[in-house]
Design a protein around this ligand. Sequence first.
Ligand SMILES: Nc1nc2c(c(=O)[nH]1)N[C@H]1C(S)=C(S)[C@@H](COP(=O)(O)O)O[C@H]1N2
Ligand SMILES: [Mo]
Length: 394
Amino acid sequence: MVRQGDETLIAHVRNLAGRATRLGEADRWGPLHEPRSAAILGMALGVSFSVCFATGVMSHLAQNEPSWFDWPTRPAGLYRVTQGLHVTTGMASVPLLLAKLWVVYPRFLEWPPARSLLHALERLALLPLVGGGIFLLFSGIANVARWYPWGFFFPRAHFWAAWITIGALVVHVGAKTATTVAAVRRRPRADLVRATVLDRRTFLAGVGAAAGAVVLATAGGTVSALGWVSALAQRRPGIGPQGLPVNKAASQAGVIAAAQNPGFRLVVEGAVARRLELSREDLEAMPQHGAELPIACVEGWSASAHWRGVRVRDLLARAGADANAEVVVESLQRRGRYRRSDLNRRQAADTDTILALELNSEPLHIDHGFPVRLIGPNRPGVLQTKWVSRLVVR
Ligand SMILES: Nc1nc2c(c(=O)[nH]1)N[C@H]1C(S)=C(S)[C@@H](COP(=O)(O)O)O[C@H]1N2
Ligand SMILES: [Mo]
């Protein structure tokens, strides 16, 4: 004999069973592992990775100019923007990638692993995509934190991994566009219980909030107004000697004695009519030029400052060098990769490429490159050589 309460219960169980067979993927893995979450996170990652990749290629071009390309000097603050975007989008990709991996991980465990040859190839492309993505984010963050737990040269490894990853991303986007569009277009199914939709929305909102928090915590390295919430910013505009952060201090570069030596001379030689040897007083006696220019570090922080000193083009003219010359700039610093930099023709001739003697209306602080340092428009920070001792004209 079936009583009234039992009938309701049986109907309820039947209803649930029917719903389970209809729900398919969403039900098999739970609401947070279904295609809609994967699609939304995938699109967000597609945007952040693409911006990160494009700005990263620009950074590489600025630092490693091919022979056929002269990195432009204008707009003067371009590199400040692109490198800020590079680091910020990279940081925002961390929560997005972690969430995406968590949403799709049940698929990695599916058996059989491939349904066809094409499907096998698409899945194989996930290895360089996931591996490359994790490597890029990890090595980028470690570099910003100046932590080098590896033997390779960071920029080269980061650069080549980026090409491999972006190649795999193109394959992945090609294979997934149809699924993504379908998953986003499909209206939330009536048979999905309301709580399920809310679960997913809460989850995605949480991931979005995490990405937003990371952006705010990083952007203060560039935007001074965000400094107070920017716990992840390694350097902040306005903080440091003469109101400017320092990357490598004079003591770390081992240049204190050489920089303070009264016998210091800046040498201009190479393809010149007259070799020059100038003391700081000689440089101060030359026509001075001022410019407002940022230091924009590859690590993502940047800060604008007022610089004053001698134009490189005036020095070239005084030495009788060709106005279209390229110039190698060398530092008093003996060792280290950033003890020299190159000025291409445009940079050497630019009216704002300066050998600075003053920073924010004071004689240059030794940590900012006293007695004289290079500063030019739209140059990566690593190329703004401090403690300059020699210009070699080519
Ligand atoms: N000689 C020398 N110049 C250098 C460096 C260096 O290590 N050695 N670091 C560069 C880097 S990475 C940056 S971001 C800027 C920072 O300049 P600042 O310390 O005056 O802010 O200096 C650049 N000039
Ligand atoms: Mo830097």
